[in-house]
Design a protein around this ligand. Structure first.
Ligand SMILES: Cc1ncc(C[n+]2csc(CCOP(=O)(O)OP(=O)(O)O)c2C)c(N)n1
Ligand SMILES: [Mg+2]
Length: 1031
């Protein structure tokens, strides 16, 4: 309203030259231009009463006025008359009067001649502007997106009638906004010429068009085979960019060469599936039939990105069309794909492998269109739909990080989705929310949805409550380009624009390929059971290749003979590869590795050694890191008083040659950084630490956003340290860090849960990737999970990180005593699927973290980290335990002088792990039982320290054996350790249990009950008669 008044005021008194001076040359179409007006705003009451100048009309009048100032002929005659009247000095209010009023002013009437109804004229122009906007906002609802033409059927009698199926209502709405509707435009207006606002590009070089032509061009831009959903984006420049791409007349024209390439790609895509169907008709392959244009779509995105400088594309995709993508986009050798169909081939690699449509891939080649090198990697994934999304993003971020690609110009990700999964899986949303966070952004992902309008047997009416499967992308303002996948040229165009969008704005974008699924969910499935009408239609549907070929043959782009030759050529390629695949004798899963680590292994993929050097540090080094940890390494930086005290006490610890938990961690991270190892710690509130013990980021108390990360002031040639508070997502962030850790073995990547139990919202990443990743995909990963754990009387939640679950998934055999060789400890680590530890001292935590990197191979590490031990005066380690020559202790034996000197007198050996050790030693001391009860700590639970448990049990031959834990009996470690201890001692003795009884919840909500339970199991642990009557 303000801008309107300003404009109206200016219309009246200014001459052309005055006005030109005020507003300057023609304004660029940018988000800033409105600000120019705000600064010269003035309000005058009389003109505010003009009836037609209200609301959004002011923009329009303004635009028209400036155009008129530049060239009076550029606006419709009636506007010309109107502006001349106004400039000629019509008093306030009268320039806008009805024709009667105008003609009543003889002076003006002689100036401009006979007047039309100005009010109607303005209304009509406003209506046209609204019409244009309506197409931009809602045109996609009227586009012909569905190749089957069934998405608009009347679903009124469907069991559920809301959301997506309400297409008629949407149409009606658009109708109201168009000719004959709400704005009062009618047939008689169709020939009238209207000035086009600057928010449209349909005019091309023309600034005004007849209404008929305006509608035709809008229909062409928004209601054909492309539906552009973008008007929710709150950035004018971005909206203008999109409008220009889709509205400019003639944008969708392709050269002969482009059309031929497109046809050749369609041939490959289609014939590949046909070939597989012919050879293995009884095999599941999740074919692409019905969405063959996916292949040219991905190739276009890659071509355009390569042209803009991208060298590495990391992709994630589900089952559908995966083999086709491997063959025709990534260009894996066809024989390698075909031999996956031969189940008799034996795998050469260790591990259990995975089905062919889950395997990953890494390939470097020349992009034929751009003649530049391009590396393509498809991340291996489990069946769990969308689970690979954050993993792909993390890997992409890491690749960008390691090559210094700060803006994503050289490395990018493409994510493919199914329509049902994209709408249904929450991880899609969690991943989108990482897309613009500084430590997680990959600077724009191109998402491609294979929207075959069905998920297994469920159609969209039952699968989602939103109009499109892509609506989730709107939360991050990603434009969404819906396209009818039966029009390969339209597909190619939107993919080109999507890649350009990513290169221009470095933000996410979605291509929604609306298609169909010609077969059932897989090739063995009968879709007519559940979707009879849809599949009747599908059977009638002419394959897209045939349609496109006929079109190109008809317009002379190719001859029928050329087309047939192209088919024959590709069929021959397939046949020859098939013949070669028959010669393969062995399967190499290694050939399907998505992230090779060149130089880390020997040439045949083995670790370069089977030993681990000492993880200790020199006194000097410990001192140096300790000093950094206890100081503020920048000038004039005011930290919080409480933090000053923390740093001071760290300084004292360093002088006393001791570390607490936080300082032990500092020593581990700091030393690795100094050794050139990038360290990245991510998770909720990790910068300070949930328990306020870490403080890796200092905040200036006087200057907003001024921070200091002392860890990055370690040494001039150190590796960078990344510590980042994450979004409140476990699934997304853990997946992301796992992906980050995939990129390089020479980095320590840690994810910390706020409390250990919250890891279960990321269970899929743990179960599907971390635990079995190497077995399925021969891919090692050294990610570290820090899971705060411990029964502190805090209630059922916040207590247990569920050690039992991690232990249950360890692959070591409980019933087989392994051969104890010299390199047993390392060999065991090499053979395991992951390492599970519960350290009782900061020194041991320090060692296990450093060991992660000093090992010659990579395994995931699960660490149950303490809460009360963070500040426990006894949970400290001396520098002596961290000096050169020291190692991580898998088991800390009983170290007390009394028990050690007279081991024969020890009546009980209690084995335990973690914090309960401190409760046990306190109780032992109070009972004066140091001579009769020995306590050993199992720091590494898995792989199980068979050798050290054996040695410790043999030390105390007269002792009975007790496993003591603070967790409930059906939880914690008992079920894991018991059979292994029994195997170690050759079942010579029972393993008694002292701990909480079985329970459904991890802990009681009542503090008293908690303490009573503790007392009870401590009593049992120290009652030497407790088990005498038991067998
Ligand atoms: C998390 C998860 N839940 C369930 C399944 C079982 N499942 C496999 S495919 C599929 C349908 C997927 O539909 P859509 O995403 O549209 O992909 P399409 O198969 O249609 O290409 C389902 C439910 C799965 N793989 N992952
Ligand atoms: Mg689907």
């Amino acid at each position: 309203m303000h801008r309107l008044r300003t404009c109206a005021v200016r219309l009246r008194p200014l001459t052309t030259s005055q006005a030109a001076q005020t507003v300057g040359p023609k304004r660029p179409i940018t988000a800033t231009y409105t600000r120019t007006f705000q600064s010269i705003r003035c309000y005058t009451a009389p003109v505010a009463s003009e009836p037609f100048l209200n609301g959004t009309s002011s923009n329009y009048v303004e635009e028209m006025y400036y155009a008129w100032l530049e060239n009076p002929k550029s606006v419709h005659k009636s506007w010309d008359v109107f502006f001349r009247n106004a400039n000629a000095g019509a008093p306030p209010g009268t320039a806008y009067q009805s024709p009667l009023g105008l003609t009543a002013t003889p002076q003006l009437s002689s100036l401009v001649g006979a007047q039309p109804n100005v009010e109607k004229l303005v209304e009509d122009h406003l209506a046209v502007q609204s019409l244009i906007r309506a197409y931009q906002v809602m045109g996609h609802h009227n586009a012909h997106l569905d190749p089957l033409g069934i998405s608009c059927v009347n679903f009124d009698d469907a069991p559920v009638s809301s959301g997506f199926q309400d297409v008629d209502a949407v149409k009606e709405r658009l109708q109201v906004l168009t000719v004959g509707g709400f704005y009062g435009l009618d047939e008689s207006d169709l020939e009238k010429v209207f000035r086009l606002p600057t928010t449209t590009f349909i005019g091309g070089p023309e600034s005004a068009l007849p209404l008929k032509e305006i509608i035709r061009r809008l229909e062409m831009a928004y209601c054909q085979h492309i539906g552009v959903e973008f008007m929710f984006i709150n950035d004018l420049e971005q909206c203008q960019w999109i409008r220009q791409k889709f509205e400019t007349p003639g944008v969708m024209q392709f050269t002969l060469e482009e059309k031929r390439t497109l046809l050749a790609r369609m041939v490959r895509s289609t014939r590949f599936e046909e070939f597989l169907q012919k050879k293995w008709s009884a095999e599941k392959r999740f074919g692409l039939e019905g969405c063959e244009s996916l292949i040219p779509s991905l190739k276009t995105i890659i071509d355009v990105s390569s042209a803009s400088g991208v060298e590495y594309v990391i992709m994630g995709m589900p089952h559908r069309g995966r083999l086709n993508v491997l063959a025709n986009v990534i260009r894996k050798e066809l024989e390698q794909i075909f031999c996956q169909f031969d189940s008799k081939l034996e795998a050469a690699d260790e591990g259990s492998g995975d089905v062919k449509y889950h395997l990953g891939m890494y390939h470097r080649r020349i992009n034929r269109v751009t003649d530049r090198n391009i590396t393509l990697s498809l991340v291996a994934n489990p069946s769990h739909l969308e689970a690979a999304d954050p993993v792909v993003q993390g890997k992409t971020k890491a690749e960008q990080f390691y090559c210094g690609d700060n803006d994503g110009n050289r490395v990018m990700s493409i994510l493919l989705h199914g329509d049902a999964a994209f709408a249904g899986q929450g991880i899609v949303y969690e991943t989108f929310h990482l897309s613009d966070l500084p430590s997680y952004t990959t600077h724009g992902t191109v998402h491609v949805v294979v929207n075959n309008q069905i998920g297994f047997t469920t159609d969209p009416r039952m699968a989602r409550s939103s109009p499109y499967p892509t609506d989730v992308a709107r939360v991050v303002n990603a434009p969404i380009f819906h396209v009818n996948a039966d029009d390969p040229e339209a597909v190619m165009y939107v993919c080109k624009v999507a890649a350009e969008w990513r290169a221009t704005f470095h933000k996410d974008v979605v291509v929604d390929l609306v298609c169909y699924r010609r077969m059932g969910h897989n090739e063995m499935d009968e879709p007519m059971f559940t979707q009879p009408l849809m599949y009747k239609q599908i059977k009638k549907q002419k394959p897209v290749l045939q349609k496109y070929a006929e079109k190109l043959i008809a317009d002379g782009t190719v001859s029928r003979q050329e087309y047939e030759e192209e088919i024959a050529k590709y069929d021959k390629i397939c046949e020859e590869a098939y013949a070669r695949s028959k010669d393969e004798k062995i399967l190499h899963i290694k050939h399907w590795l998505d992230s090779p680590w060149p130089g880390f292994f020997t040439l045949d993929g083995q670790p370069k050694s089977m030993s681990c050097p000492s993880t200790g540090l020199t006194e000097e080094n410990l001192n140096h890191i300790g000093q950094v940890a206890s100081s503020v390494p920048v000038e004039d930086f005011t930290i919080h008083g409480g933090l000053s005290r923390i740093l001071k006490s760290r300084g004292e610890m360093v002088r006393n040659r001791t570390v607490d938990w936080a300082l032990g961690e500092y020593m581990a991270f700091g030393s690795l950084l100094k050794e050139g190892i990038h360290v990245r710690l991510s998770g909720q509130d990790v910068e300070r630490g949930t328990f306020s013990h870490r403080h890796h980021v200092l905040h200036d108390q006087n200057v907003d956003k001024r921070i200091c990360i002392p860890m990055n002031h370690m040494a001039p040639d150190q590796a960078p340290y990344t510590v980042c508070n994450s979004s409140l997502s476990e699934y997304g962030v853990l997946g992301f860090e796992l992906g980050f850790a995939m990129a390089s073995p020479n980095a320590l990547i840690l994810w910390e849960a706020q409390f250990g139990d919250f890891h279960n919202t990321a269970q899929c990443i743990i179960d599907q990737f971390i635990c079995p990743g190497q077995a399925k995909w021969v891919r090692q990963n050294g990610i570290v999970l820090l899971l705060p754990h411990g029964m502190e009387g805090m209630g059922p939640e916040h207590s247990s990180a569920r050690p039992e679950r991690f232990l249950q998934m360890c692959n070591d055999d409980p019933d087989v005593m392994p051969n104890i060789t010299d390199d047993f400890a390392v060999q065991q680590l090499y053979d395991c699927n992951w390492i599970v530890v519960n350290c009782s001292t900061p020194g041991n935590y320090f060692h296990v973290v450093r060991r992660q990197i000093l090992l010659p191979f990579r395994k995931p590490l699960i660490v149950f980290t303490p809460k009360s031990l963070l500040r426990h005066p006894e949970a400290r380690s001396s520098f002596d335990e961290m000096l050169p020559g020291t190692h991580f202790q898998r088991l800390i034996p009983e170290g007390g002088a009394t028990a050690s000197e007279r081991p024969g007198e020890v009546k009980r050996l209690i084995l335990c792990t973690g914090k309960v050790y401190y409760e046990l030693t306190k109780e032992r001391k109070s009972r004066g039982m140091e001579g009769t009860v020995a306590i050993a700590r199992m720091e590494q639970l898995s792989p199980f320290p068979f050798d050290q448990v054996k040695a410790e049990s043999e030390r105390f031959t007269n002792a009975d054996l007790v496993w003591c834990q603070e967790e409930h009996k059906n939880q914690g470690y008992y079920d894991y350790v018991k059979p292994r201890i029994r195997t170690t001692i050759q079942r010579a003795k029972p393993v008694w249990y002292a701990g909480r009884g079985p329970a459904a919840a991890p802990a009681t909500g009542n503090k008293n009950t908690h303490l009573m339970e503790l007392r009870r199991f401590l009593d049992t642990a120290f009652d030497l008669e407790a088990f005498t009557d038991q067998q």
